[in-house]
Unconditional design. Structure first.
Length: 215
């Protein structure tokens, strides 16, 4: 894991988003995003020091790339992949999604996470809640999404309802003209959307992998 990825990991472990972290240390979030995307070498040392102090890490350890993390895992349809044996790509982590706005606009990108290049994903989201635990998606997991507007009934879909993204199994009931979003947890109810409200629903993509910390 490179320096910028370690910083992203630390920030997102301890703060809701890049934006909230930036506000807490009074540094423009665009400055932090640029550093995480383009590299620490182009960032002023004073900014780096303030970030390190806020994250309670030593600047020298950061620059020497000696920060140690517990091992990560990525689950891709129940396959555990060892990160040191694959070729990686950087995938943007998206924060809050606004209806009608470009998903990958800079203001929505909270950071980046590495993923096996063989897994085709366009962006990632943090899972919230336990409604999909029986699909091996737990609260706090990073879920990788492949953009598409069509999904099968067996695929976990990322669906935008008004301004809120949710992960559910997607099914269209042709007979009753209803969209049915089904959780993978019997403690949660299905979401049924009638035809008159179909305009509030948009399929953003399908889940293709899950990233989880092994604590």
């Amino acid at each position: 894991m490179i320096i910028e990825d370690k910083l992203t990991d630390l920030i997102l472990r301890n703060h809701k988003s890049i934006r909230s972290f930036a506000l807490s240390i009074d540094i423009p979030d665009s400055t932090i995003r640029t550093m995480l995307k383009k590299g620490i070498s182009g960032t002023s040392i004073n900014t780096v020091i303030r970030i390190c102090q806020a994250l309670n890490i030593d600047v020298e350890e950061l620059l020497l790339n000696n920060i140690v993390f517990k091992e990560d895992s990525i689950t891709a349809y129940n396959n555990i992949i060892k990160l040191n044996t694959i070729t990686m790509q950087k995938v943007p982590i998206i924060g809050d999604i606004a209806c009608g706005e470009p998903i990958l606009a800079d203001e929505y990108i909270e950071g980046y996470v590495e993923l096996d290049k063989d897994i085709k994903a366009d962006y990632a989201l943090f899972a919230k809640g336990d409604s999909m635990i029986n699909a091996d998606i737990k609260n706090g997991d990073i879920v990788f999404i492949q953009r598409t507007n069509e999904v099968s009934r067996k695929e976990v879909a990322c669906v935008l309802i008004n301004d809120e993204a949710t992960l559910k199994y997607f099914y269209f009931d042709k007979e009753n003209r209803q969209i049915i979003l089904t959780p993978a947890n019997l403690e949660f109810d299905m979401i049924i959307i009638t035809e008159s409200d179909h305009h509030d629903v948009k399929i953003l993509g399908r889940a293709v992998a899950v990233h989880r910390k092994l604590v």
